[in-house]
Design a protein around this ligand. Structure first.
Ligand code: COA
Length: 342
């Protein structure tokens, strides 16, 4: 059984190097028949390959897939045969460290189309395979070619808008998963996993290999690798600590039905039904005073010892400045209207 398959239409620079690839119908664990057809048409011998495909090969692939009853993939191959942009068929037998830009894009599509969850795929080394590009109103442009493209556009009476300069494109130019609202599409990168019922407001951000399980209101930052449980909300401007730079090696996550207050932040994984007071940043080493129901001190421990524990309320005592933790008695009542997406 193979790991993944995708027929992609992409962009190359003048050197013929791939800049990006769009897979309209990426497939995880494709059935053997599909791989067999590709094997015959593309002379694919197994392993992990991104094979540039000619128009004739795509027509043959389309015919073979139709005979197999793979109608959607067949239609896609047929349409790709007429593409004015280069086409690649990416066949991954196993989930190994990616060796090409086309492979990385296929993996990012699998996550954003919810076929694979964050942390499930091998994504080491992807930065080196993702070129830093100008994402423009005319698609991806190699930065070395940008000045000429800008001039050409001006001479032809157009303006080339550069929407971002980055290694990752915005997710919605590739995948729009079902049942989501995203107020500012630039704030969700390809490779994000946006669960059904999630609303990402303008202030919210979701990095690749990170996301939400389901119903959530996201007005803060979900850093790479961070997963937010069902029914949990991130308040305006709050932050979840990533592990990519200086954040230590604890993988941060948020359990179900939590609230991280506005401008708050977490450097520990939270269990279910936890709340963090607006403005309070809890790092792993923060000393926390555990209080009983009568606000009496039980003990002082480090926040990392409370990792993944449920039903906690974190606050900074407004009189003493000490960080305190109590039992969260008011489990968050989900505001149905706030969470309604569809
Ligand atoms: C921490 C938080 C959850 C506490 O709210 P709460 O559970 O409703 O608690 P209350 O405000 O009713 O306060 C309960 C008691 O604790 C006290 N208290 C609350 N915060 C305190 C603090 N930081 N220091 C000392 N005492 C505090 C209150 O004065 C009150 O005391 P009392 O029992 O003597 O009347 C709330 O302040 C908060 O920050 N919510 C986040 C909201 C948010 O940011 N949403 C996202 C919007 S984008």
């Amino acid at each position: 059984m193979s790991f993944a398959f995708g027929i992609g239409i992409g962009t190359q620079n003048k050197q013929g190097e791939w800049l990006e690839v769009f897979y309209q119908q990426p497939v995880i664990t494709p059935d053997d028949g599909l791989i067999e057809v590709a094997r015959n048409v593309l002379e694919y011998q197994g392993g992990n390959h991104a094979v540039p495909a000619t128009s004739d090969q795509l027509k043959a692939l389309s015919d073979g897939l139709r005979q197999l009853g793979q109608m959607e993939q067949s239609t896609l191959a047929g349409k790709a045969a007429d593409s004015r942009r280069p086409v690649v068929v990416t066949l991954l037998e196993t989930d190994e460290t990616a060796a090409s830009t086309a492979e990385v894009y296929l993996k990012l599509h699998l996550i954003s189309s919810r076929q694979a969850r964050p942390h499930e795929l091998k994504l080491d080394g992807i930065f080196g395979l993702l070129p830093n590009l100008a994402w423009t109103s005319e698609g991806a442009v190699d930065l070395n070619e940008l000045p000429d493209r800008q001039l050409k556009a001006r001479i032809e009476g157009r303006t080339l808008e550069v929407k971002s300069v980055d290694k990752f494109p915005q997710m919605t130019d590739y995948v729009v998963p079902k049942g989501v609202r995203i107020a500012d599409t630039a704030r969700v990168r390809l490779g994000a996993y946006v669960g059904e019922g999630t609303t990402v407001m303008h202030e919210g951000f979701i990095n690749f290999n990170a996301g939400t399980e389901g119903t959530s209101m996201i007005e803060g930052r979900i850093s790479a690798g961070v997963m937010i449980g069902k029914g949990s909300d991130l308040g305006g401007g709050c932050s979840t600590m990533g592990t990519l730079s200086g954040g230590g090696n604890i993988i941060i996550s948020v359990g179900e039905n939590c609230l991280i207050g506005a401008n708050a932040g977490i450097g520990i994984p939270l269990g279910d039904r936890c709340k963090v007071e607006a403005g309070l940043y809890i790092t792993a080493g923060t000393k926390v005073a555990l209080l009983d129901d009568n606000n009496k001190l039980v003990e002082v421990i480090k926040a990392r010892d409370l990792a993944n524990k449920p039903d906690l309320l974190f606050r900074r005592n407004s009189q003493t400045g000490a960080v305190e933790c109590k039992t969260n008695k008011t489990a968050i009542e989900l505001n149905d209207e706030l969470h309604a997406n569809n």
